[in-house]
Design a protein around this ligand. Structure first.
Ligand code: NAD
Length: 272
């Protein structure tokens, strides 16, 4: 996990596989899962202001006593904290909770119509000031990215979006590849809803792997970054053990065929 890095458009490197901490709100469970993830080789940890667990992440990472440069931290600015001043203020609060001087990646959690450009301007300034290494967005569609590009000095280097076999987002993935924006998949396992899919079960059985493993491998081979979540050490390890096999082109094509364009999230609103 830790050796597999992607180079972003700004020159920084980001682990292709990370650990998502959405909905881990129990303190002990949090500490245990971060420890298990660290031991399994995860170095990227994905939180958000909205998850209300930045403080836990800060504590858990401090406990590891690892050099800061070995850890990659992502956080996201909430819909309610957007706008220039709010963004700057809220990111400083996030850094205090995370017990660090900078995050590696800062994302706008969700596109909203108000103060669309002001939030991004704050991101550019936060990067210049060294409070974040890279800047990106989340849940942006093609329209949002194109609109942002009309006024941005720097373009987002990552867009974190819902991608799973049931929501494969091929047109957006292609667009982002062409524009040097790394796609990072949230709910890469479709939040557990894809495990019984007969086509995926068959592929997994044929490889002597779990459905979770073949699905995560499918993402990697599509060039997509992943942040699967689990609080169980066995599953955390299972999700990390995907570097000793490959899917054939035929298996990849079969896995592509289960797409239903089925979203877990609401559709991001359009900017006008
Ligand atoms: P996920 O696709 O990672 O699935 C998690 C579910 O699958 C959990 O219920 C877990 O118990 C189960 N699971 C994980 N590994 C398994 C395995 N090997 N075998 C069986 N079950 C397994 O979904 P998620 O947690 O929604 O998404 C991952 C991360 O993405 C979040 O923690 C968060 O960091 C991020 N996220 C971001 C946004 C956004 O708007 N940017 C939205 C949702 C999630």
């Amino acid at each position: 996990v830790s050796d597999n890095l992607l180079t972003l458009a700004d020159g920084n490197q980001m682990p292709q596989q990370g650990f998502g901490v959405y909905k881990i709100t129990d303190h002990q469970e949090f500490v245990n899962s971060i420890k298990a993830a660290w031991q399994a080789g995860y170095r990227l940890f994905d939180t958000a202001q909205m998850y209300e667990n930045e403080q836990f992440l800060g504590e858990a990472l401090t406990k590891l006593q690892a050099p800061r440069s070995e850890i990659f931290i992502t956080t996201k600015v909430s819909e309610t904290n957007q706008g220039y001043e709010n963004t700057i203020k809220s990111v400083k609060e996030s850094l205090t909770k995370l017990q660090t001087d900078y995050v590696d990646l800062l994302l706008i959690h969700w596109p909203i119509n108000t103060e669309f450009f002001e939030t991004w301007r704050a991101f550019e300034d936060l990067k210049k000031a060294g409070l974040t290494r890279s800047i990106g967005v989340s849940n942006y569609g093609m329209v949002h990215l194109q609109y942002l590009a009309t006024q941005a000095h720097e373009l987002p280097v990552v867009n974190q979006i819902e991608v799973s076999p049931y929501m494969s987002q091929k047109p957006l993935l292609k667009f982002q590849q062409e524009h040097n924006i790394v796609t990072q998949a949230w709910s890469p396992l479709g939040r557990g809803k894809i495990f019984d899919d007969p086509t995926l079960v068959k592929i997994a059985q044929g490889k002597n792997r779990s459905v979770a493993q073949v699905v995560l491998r499918w993402h990697l081979q599509n060039g997509v970054a992943i942040i699967p979540k689990s609080v169980h050490a066995a599953r955390i390890n299972e999700n990390a053990a995907i570097y000793d096999f490959t899917l054939t082109n035929e298996e990849m094509t079969i896995m592509d065929s289960v797409n239903k364009n089925h979203r877990i999230s609401k559709e991001p609103e359009l900017v006008y």
